[in-house]
Design a protein around this ligand. Structure first.
Ligand code: NAP
Length: 269
């Protein structure tokens, strides 16, 4: 089987709700986004579903991802979580279903929740399955449990200030696509002198430079934006190719700056 591809970039939806989110989704679909990233924890699946329903876009043209929160990992709870997500999203399947965070301290054994995830896939409620915020060791355990080709992606934080080289390289070596979340470091890339300098040289924005750098690593990004011109710019960043010296300068920006680091996070690599 050839590896399915995640449309790049996807549209992040964390923190967005209601009419703002609906407008963002309408704009994003009209501009050409075909990949939407939500999660049960974002409490916006109903709005995502409504916006997709209101759009003229056939469901099968949209790559829709949702995630199961870490307090719903016991198998019966996981399956109920997925049923609730599908109902809110107004669809009978998602394209990608992720474990949002590994079970803290393995409170639910990994084999239990990954087997449940695979059963959801076998039942046709998820075309693909994957994980998020998994360390290298956790990913290896997951592949041991499910088999080497079971998971499409590990969605982890990746931006110029947290480049996550080891995790990205390991996932890619094991055949997974890496999805990079917070690719703009939640706006911090805009303030960086190096990124601004490269942006100026190309007549683009530092956000576009960050997304072009992410793509150059083979990582799919899922930036969020409330502004149509930013959404358009994030799509256009795909056309930007950076030079070797520019990529090297961005490599030098890594400072291990992790933004998403809740108390239940795993022991990061
Ligand atoms: N799996 C996980 O645990 C996890 C954790 C966190 C996030 N995520 C996913 O990753 C997505 C992205 O992360 P995020 O939304 O936190 O942060 P982000 O995408 O790095 O940054 C979003 C911020 O960047 C600004 N922005 C976007 N495009 C821009 C542009 N072209 N020019 C200037 N500013 C721009 C936005 O402001 P404007 O609205 O003004 O454009 C917004 O303030 C989330 O929405 C979510 O789907 C997953």
């Amino acid at each position: 089987m050839s590896t399915p591809t995640l449309p790049n970039p996807g549209l992040g939806t964390f923190r967005l709700k209601g009419d703002t989110l609906k407008r963002v989704i309408h704009d994003a679909l009209a501009l050409g986004f075909r990949h939407i990233d939500t999660a049960q924890m974002y409490d916006n699946e109903q709005d995502v579903g409504a916006a997709i329903a209101e759009s003229e876009m056939p469901r099968e043209e949209i790559f829709l991802t949702t995630k199961v929160w870490h307090d719903r990992l016991a198998p019966a709870s996981l399956k109920a979580s997925v049923r609730e997500s599908l109902e809110k999203l107004g669809t009978d399947y998602v394209d990608l279903l992720l474990i949002h965070w590994p079970s803290p301290d393995d409170a639910v054994p990994m084999a239990d929740y990954l087997t449940a995830l695979q059963e959801v896939q076998q039942a046709g409620q998820a075309r693909h399955i994957g994980v998020s915020n998994f360390t290298i060791a956790q990913l290896d355990r997951a592949l041991e449990i499910l088999g080497p080709e079971a998971l499409l992606t590990n969605q982890v934080e990746v931006h110029p200030f947290l480049q996550n080289h080891e995790v990205v390289a390991h996932c890619q070596a094991r055949g997974l696509t890496v999805t990079g979340y917070m690719p703009l470091a939640v706006g911090k890339v805009l303030e960086d002198d190096t990124l601004n300098g490269i942006a100026e040289a190309h007549g683009v924005t530092p956000a576009q430079v960050a997304l072009a750098w992410t793509r150059s690593r083979g990582v799919v990004s899922i930036p969020s934006s409330t502004r149509r011109e930013h959404l358009a710019g994030n799509l256009a960043a795909l056309d930007l190719t950076l030079g070797e010296d520019e990529l090297e300068a961005i490599a030098g920006l890594d400072r291990g700056e992790r933004i998403a680091d809740p108390e239940f996070a795993p022991a990061w690599d």
